[in-house]
Design a protein around this ligand. Structure first.
Ligand code: NAP
Length: 306
């Protein structure tokens, strides 16, 4: 029987684990892939305090994991498919049929890239269509690439791709970027970046060797055009990983978990932290704050209820 089980090993989950294990709660973190979450696929992080020159996403993830496990956090790999509650004890079932019992749960499952759902996206996934510039950018030396989206991810990763590519088209559906000003300034100043405004992707086309072109449409004029590119990096936002919860806790209309100020969900003893919950700012800095709050709230809940 665990005191707390944390589901998801990004910054929110690892920080929750740091706090619960330092509070001497028997703590297990279940992670589908490798600890680190989305940060692991971020090349360089420069707005997380404490690293004056910035830090690579992989290095930051490794440090967070090492710090949490130093205090006794156990980490296991697995995919949660079911959670049930019996007499305030929560039972977690994994895909491989392993089961764990716990007094509290901290949901820190983050979110997954939103798909465009256009022709060719699925066909060329891994053959020119990518959701991770850090992972795949180096395959496109001196090529023409397209990035879809106008948020922080699209612009930051577009800038990263200019290290390899000859030209990076950032295709945005409006005439103004959503990204932070400093990223906008860098994009406007980078000669390899070409912004394509008011445009949406309609089709990704290619052949046996992979992606060859992207068909786009200007939403203001209706004009359709084709860009000859070898890679499309999609950064159209994220969807929360809450499908497996099946009504266990209340979600908002976009399927994010609704939490109180102490990260409590609608179900007693279940907390949520990080990008998976409804909140205004999704950053590593806010995820770790959520994780700390949820960890302390779980400790308090156990004191009062067990
Ligand atoms: P985001 O802020 O939700 O931006 C998604 C972008 O994709 C928007 O520009 C959106 O257009 C566009 N978009 C959405 N659906 C689309 C579709 N079907 N077709 C074409 N374009 C579409 O997502 P994000 O950039 O991944 O960022 C997620 C969160 O992480 C944000 O809170 C962000 O601040 C944070 N983040 C921060 C950093 C950093 O601080 N360095 C880095 C990465 C991410 P509209 O603008 O028209 O809606």
């Amino acid at each position: 029987m665990y005191d707390t089980i944390i589901i998801g090993g990004g910054p929110a989950g690892l920080t929750a684990g740091l706090y619960t294990s330092r509070a001497r709660l028997k703590s297990l973190l279940i992670e589908k892939g490798f600890p680190g979450g989305q940060v692991m696929t971020t090349e360089w992080v420069e707005n997380y305090p404490g690293f004056d020159e910035g830090v690579s996403g992989a290095e930051l993830s490794r440090k967070m994991e090492k710090q949490a496990t130093r205090f006794g956090l156990e980490i296991t790999q697995g995919s949660v498919i079911d959670i049930s509650i019996d007499d305030n004890i929560k039972k977690i079932t994994l895909e491989d049929n392993n089961e764990y019992e716990t007094k509290t749960i901290i949901l820190a499952t983050g979110s997954n890239p939103r798909l465009l759902k256009i022709e060719g996206e699925d066909t060329y996934r891994g053959r020119g269509v990518s959701y991770c510039a850090t992972c795949d950018g180096a395959f496109f030396k001196d090529e023409q690439l397209a990035v879809i989206g106008g948020g922080d991810s699209a612009v930051e990763e577009g800038l990263f791709l200019t290290r390899f590519a000859e030209t990076v088209y950032i295709i945005h559906r409006r005439d103004r970027l959503r990204a932070t000003k400093i990223l906008q300034e860098r994009a406007f100043a980078n000669p390899k970046i070409k912004l394509v405004w008011d445009s949406v992707p309609e089709k990704i086309a290619g052949d046996d060797s992979g992606v060859q072109s992207l068909h786009i449409k200007n939403v203001k004029t209706g004009e359709q055009s084709r860009l000859d590119i070898r890679g499309v990096f999609i950064y159209a936002g994220y969807n929360p990983n809450t499908g497996f919860l099946k009504g266990l806790v209340s979600l908002n209309e976009n399927n994010y978990i609704i939490t109180g100020e102490n990260m409590s969900t609608s179900t007693p003893g279940i907390f949520a932290a990080g990008d998976v919950r409804e909140k205004s700012l999704k950053q590593i800095a806010t995820a770790v704050g959520d994780g700390a709050t949820a960890g302390v709230a779980a400790e308090k809940y156990i004191e009062e209820n067990f």
